[in-house]
Write a protein that binds this ligand. Structure first.
Ligand code: SAM
Length: 316
């Protein structure tokens, strides 16, 4: 099999901090057919050496930390042309900046982990983000060629997303459709109101509502992936009950989240493992026919945030 060197994006440090190498190795570990070697430094850049079939290049370049790939033949490095094959322009995800936005690289990694571990047999997996904020995961999903649905309790999110999309589609002259409606009877609080964004054959839907009612909001058709970044109990001030820890919300929402998932479907949940501790998170999903998957991508963001990812697969 050919030898390759995968360039670790210099920007990965802003997502994974001092733990970049460990996170990169843990993310690539789930990619079938890739034999991972050492990390090598050249010209101040870090490369991950590996061997794989050429058909794996697209998936390699989809990894969150990947910047580019070189093929190595008789000691000579040649950049491999072609890219990750993502749809839409890259600033579709990174263009809008706002308070509480999830890091785009982390979001990309969560989708990769969930795709690697999912076993639903779906030709075109569907993604649910039950705490979607302003839609980073939904927009990433569209770039991956997946359709996605999000739930967000903050009623202001829908208008802000619509405004951002109108601005972005105008700037990029992107063909699209924006449709609004209700998944349940209209009401003054806006609960159940949705916004659909359609482009490049994908659709992202954002629904206003409480994630505890996820099952009623999203309908019966199961999802293959559930990807979310829950409140960190620090800057977002926690869950729906006003408490600092989001645990009570997660405990209340867990049965509904599990019910939204198809057999073989995977949840990738990013959380601050100081609030709540990993054991409490795992316990919240016990008895729901889910299996905890061992993939360690934990990384320290600050003194008060040690970000971890809980990966769970629904039994078949
Ligand atoms: C860390 S933020 C997610 C940010 C999002 N990934 C983004 O990049 O825009 C967590 C989100 O969960 C939402 N949230 C908290 N409790 C919720 C609940 N009970 N139901 C629905 N959303 C909730 C918060 O309003 C917040 O937008």
């Amino acid at each position: 099999m050919p030898d390759f060197a995968l360039l670790i994006s210099p920007a990965a440090g802003a997502a994974y901090f001092a733990d970049v190498r460990e996170v990169a190795l843990a993310e690539i570990a789930g990619l079938a057919g890739v034999e991972v070697g050492d990390i090598e430094t050249r010209g101040g850049m870090e490369f991950l050496r590996l061997t794989c079939a050429e058909t794996r290049i697209t998936d390699l370049l989809r990894l969150s930390f990947a910047q580019g790939v070189f093929q190595i033949e008789e000691g000579k490095w040649a950049p491999v042309e072609g890219g990750a094959g993502f749809l839409l322009h890259e600033d579709f995800v990174s263009g809008e900046k706002y308070r509480g936005k999830t890091n785009e690289m982390l979001t990309r990694m969560l989708i990769n982990l969930a795709l690697q571990e999912a076993d639903t047999g779906a030709a075109k997996p569907r993604l649910l983000d039950p705490m979607c904020g302003r839609g980073t995961s939904l927009f990433w999903a569209m770039r991956f060629g997946l359709s996605a649905t999000g739930i967000e309790q903050d009623g202001a999110a829908l208008n802000e997303i619509r405004r951002g999309l109108k601005k972005w589609t105008k700037l990029h002259r992107q063909k699209h459709k924006l449709v609004e409606g209700w998944v349940q009877k209209s009401n003054k609080k806006g609960v159940g109101k949705y916004l659909d964004f359609m482009a490049e054959g994908q659709v992202a839907r954002v629904i206003t509502g409480d994630t505890v009612n996820a099952r009623d909001l999203v309908g019966r058709r199961p999802f293959d992936l559930l990807v979310t970044d829950i409140p960190y109990g620090v800057q977002h001030m926690g869950g729906a009950d006003g408490a600092r820890s989001p645990l009570a919300t997660i405990e209340a929402a867990a049965p509904g989240w599990a019910a939204c998932l198809a057999p073989g479907g995977v949840m990738a949940i990013a959380f601050n493992s100081y609030i709540p501790k990993r054991a409490r998170m795992e316990a919240a999903f016990e008895g729901l026919d889910l299996q905890v998957l061992k993939r360690n991508v934990a990384h320290r963001m600050s003194e008060s945030i040690l970000r971890d990812v809980l990966l769970l697969r629904k039994n078949r």
